[in-house]
Design a protein around this ligand. Sequence first.
Ligand code: ATP
Ligand code: MG
Length: 203
Amino acid sequence: MGGTFDPIHHGHLVAASEVAHRFGLDEVIFVPTGRPWQKDGRHVSSAEDRYLMTVIATASNPRFSVSRADIDRDGPTYTVDTLRELGSQHPTAQLYFITGADALASILSWQDWPELFDLAKFVGVSRPGYELGIRHLEEYLRDYPDRAVTLIEVPALAISSTECRRRAAEHRPVWYLVPDGVVQYISKRRLYAGYDDAGRPGD
Ligand code: ATP
Ligand code: MG
């Protein structure tokens, strides 16, 4: 499961847990992005802070792990590179790429997207406020039945990292939206203090 994870929140964790259960996955690897090419323009916390929050949030689950693949690779993060790298690290594994409804909708704009389906099965999960539809993919996928995209409903949590950042910046609580250790890490590192709603540095 790839993401900016700025910060990781319970929406990410519930989605991962539900997909792992439904597909009988041995492991869910959270892959924080290096430089998210779609998020150029807004301030993104350092890769190390996002990596550490992801480690803190997943530490108690024996089936959850965190990969540095994207943050250690130079240049912008493209999912196709991530999947190639994870595939070579786990040559016998069947990979699944877990993505929320919003991210799945933009899949056709991703780098080398047709190859993505050769590298992994795709699982799109429901997310409040977004339609879980892949209308523009349907035509393409009809010709390639082995290129799997499965859509599943997961328990709805209307949580976003954007809202967590905004709350932290405004000294409103993020308790119970993100794991306790992540609340403490945000406050210890003063991560979102001084950023306005768009995440740009404030005065
Ligand atoms: P931001 O608001 O900064 O975009 P985000 O909450 O969307 O943050 P990302 O790191 O962008 O989090 O998302 C990583 C992946 O998790 C994406 O595939 C996204 O669709 C999915 N996701 C995020 N929040 C939820 C949620 N509440 N329910 C289901 N999926 C989610
Ligand atoms: Mg997002």
